[in-house]
Structure formats: structure tokens, C-alpha cells
Design a protein around this ligand. Structure first.
Ligand code: PLP
Length: 365
């Protein structure tokens, strides 16, 4: 028996005809960048979230970097980001010239809200909570702390498409909400793509200018921009994916539920779900003090796993100049040392799920 970490071909196969016709219609249209499919996707994605504006971009990293710039964050500013996230969250801060300040996590893997007060200084301008693994952060407390400190909130929703807390969706809280549609994400393109949601027309216009060489009128370059656009094929594919997002999320949730009910091993801590949270399980993380041994053991049984993430951002080599020491953010470091992500994908079969559960229950016995 082999259980892959993920199998995107199964996602495609469930809706193959829709995906085929979306891609073909773009190929036949002769319009490949900046056309009707992007406008259509932006409209339906904004409507899904009940926010007035959505700007499609080329990836999640640029979604964050452009949103930061559009909200006026730049050189000499500081932005609070979690230490336990994919490095792109921090790289976006660096890309706009600002400095990331790393915060520790709580037991739900999200940013600990009290970190905002501790880390806010005279130059702090914004905070980027990341809805890590597909679970919404403690947004009531984060919005409150950020409001008190006068900080702009930008949500990193790259892992949390469709997740909600007490009925309110991740992506509906911040001045901007940034998405990645990298293929493996809960809503995935057939390549790189991303988006910025906002309720501000000005911010939306600014992101649109920045993604298009800093220009809103051809050959009039008002500021230094980049080429960060979403192409038509990705937009057409994402419009199909959006129609099936809630079904896909429900399929992953059923895998996660089986794991939560079936795995009983004192060596393995299961992920905690916050009351009122609709988790979308982009990642199913377990914690195990003998993590590397567990990874090898599962590998020996044909089960593929991934570590998210083996090095917390504050200890990444690229941020060595910021001078963080091991021990400074204990939860983020503990997660990096003990986390292991189990296969958890839409279309995972009962047999595969049972094989994973049995293997975890046998580990160390
Ligand atoms: C994937 C991801 C990103 C970056 O998105 P890309 O589209 O790969 O640039 C940013 N933040 C988090 C939390 C992610 O998981």
C-alpha cells in the first residue's frame, strides 16, 4: 500500500470536463493575459467573500507584497508576522522594504494575539496573521490588539480558502486579505496565481496599478511596479475550482475527522480545533517528540509525509542579520522540531485513510 501526500490528479479527474473546456476556451479565444476570464474570476471570488474588490495576481507572495505597498507600508516600517509560517509571508515584508518582526504562536498554531502588544514599537505599522494549515486565527483578539496599537491588518489566507470562525470567513477581517492559488492550496490553479481582496476601492486600484508595471494607462508609469498579473488560463481554471471549493473542503474535512477519531497514540498529539472554527485542513499536522523517527517509520509503510516547516522564519539563514536566537520564540521552535503533516487530500480513499490511522496507532508499540 502506498499513500501519497497529495494527489492533485484526483482533483482534476473529479471535474475533468469542466477543466478541459475552461482551458480550451482560453486557448481558442486568442486572449491570454488581461481578458474576460480574469474579470469573471475576480467578480465571483469577491462575491464568495462578500467583499467589493478582488485583484487577481501572479502568486501569493506578490499578493502580500503588493497589498503591503498599496497600504503604504515601506522602508523603515516594521510588520509583525508569525515565525511559524511559510517564508513567503516574511519575504513579502522584505520585498516592500520593510522589516519583519517575528511573533510566536499559540496552541492552535495561529499567531498569539498578546504578541502584538509585546512587539509593537514606534516603527510598527502592520500585522499579518496567517490562517495556518487552514484554521482561522483568533481574529477577534487580533483585530482588537491591532486596533489598539494602530496597526493595519493584512490577512495571509494562502492556506485557508473557505475557512471560517463563528460563521465569519478568513479573508473578511483585514484591510486586505491575500491568497495564493498554488496548485496544492485549497483552491489551486494549474500553475502560480494569487489574489488580493479588499473593501477599499483605492487599495484595489493601487494593487491593480502595481501588478501592471505601475501603470493604469498604457505607457503612463506613475510608480515603480512589477509584472504580477494572473493569466487567463489560471483565471478560467480557478473559476471552475471555486465552484467546487466547498465540496473539496468537505472531502478533506471527512479525512481529518477520521484521523481525529481514529488516531490514539500517547506519542502523537493531534491538532486542536478552536470552538466555532470551520477548519479547511489544507494541512493535517500532528506533533511528535520523535518526529524524524515517525516520518521514517511511516515512509517505510509507504506513507508520504511533509514537515511544515522544519525551520521557523526567525531562524532562517536569509534572516540571520536580524539576530534572532534559538529559544526566543519557543512555540514556533517546538512546532518546527516536532510537526509532521499527514496525507490529507480530497479523494483520499477509506483504505488509504485506514492504513494511515493503523500505522500511527502502531508507532512506538
Ligand atoms: C503558499 C503560501 C504563500 C505564498 O504563496 P505563493 O503563491 O507560493 O507565492 C504565502 N503564505 C503562506 C502561508 C503560504 O502557505
Amino acid at each position: 500500500m502506498e499513500v501519497r501526500y497529495a494527489d492533485l490528479a484526483r482533483r482534476y479527474a473529479r471535474c475533468a470536463q469542466e477543466y478541459d473546456s475552461a482551458v480550451l476556451s482560453v486557448a481558442r479565444s486568442g486572449q491570454y493575459v488581461g481578458g474576460a476570464r480574469l474579470a469573471e474570476f475576480e467578480k465571483s471570488f469577491a462575491a464568495f467573500y462578500g467583499r467589493p474588490h478582488c485583484a487577481g495576481v501572479n502568486c501569493g507572495l506578490d499578493a502580500l507584497a503588493l497589498a503591503l505597498r498599496a497600504l503604504g507600508i515601506g522602508p523603515d516600517d516594521e510588520v509583525i508576522v508569525p515565525a511559524n509560517t511559510f517564508i513567503a509571508t516574511a519575504l513579502a515584508v522584505t520585498a516592500c522594504g520593510a522589516v519583519p518582526v517575528f511573533a510566536d504562536a499559540n496552541e492552535y498554531f495561529g499567531m498569539e494575539p498578546s504578541e502584538i502588544k509585546r512587539l509593537t514599537g514606534p516603527r510598527t505599522r502592520a500585522v499579518i496573521p496567517v490562517h495556518l494549515y487552514g484554521q482561522v486565527c483568533d481574529m477577534d483578539a487580533i483585530m482588537k490588539a491591532a486596533g489598539k496599537a494602530g496597526l493595519t491588518v493584512i490577512e495571509d489566507c494562502a492556506q485557508a480558502h473557505g475557512a471560517s470562525l463563528n460563521g465569519r470567513m478568513a479573508g473578511s477581517f483585514g484591510a486586505a486579505a491575500c491568497f495564493s492559488f498554488f496548485p496544492s492550496k485549497p483552491l489551486g490553479a494549474f500553475g502560480d496565481a494569487g489574489a488580493v481582496l479588499t473593501s477599499s476601492e483605492e487599495t484595489d486600484k493601487h494593487v491593480r496599478r502595481l501588478r501592471n508595471y505601475g501603470s493604469s494607462k498604457k505607457y503612463v508609469h506613475e510608480e515603480l511596479g512589477s509584472n504580477s498579473r494572473m493569466d487567463e488560463i489560471q483565471a478560467a481554471v480557478l473559476s471552475v475550482g471555486l465552484r467546487h471549493l466547498e465540496d473539496e473542503n468537505a472531502l478533506r474535512e471527512s479525512v481529518a475527522r477520521a484521523y481525529l477519531e481514529g488516531i490514539h497514540n500517547p506519542l502523537i498529539a493531534l491538532p486542536k480545533v478552536r470552538p466555532g472554527s470551520a477548519h479547511v485542513w489544507h494541512i493535517f499536522p500532528v506533533l511528535c517528540p520523535r518526529r524524524d523517527e515517525l516520518k521514517d517509520y511511516l515512509g517505510g509503510r509507504g506513507i508520504d509525509t511533509i514537515i511544515h516547516y522544519p525551520v521557523p522564519c526567525h531562524l532562517a539563514k536569509c534572516y540571520a542579520s536580524l539576530g534572532y536566537k534559538r529559544g526566543s520564540l519557543p512555540n514556533a521552535e517546538r512546532f518546527a522540531d516536532t510537526e509532521l503533516s499527514l496525507p490529507c487530500f480530497a479523494g483520499e480513499t477509506d483504505e488509504e485513510i485506514g492504513w494511515v490511522i493503523d500505522a500511527l496507532n502502531c508507532f512506538g508499540r
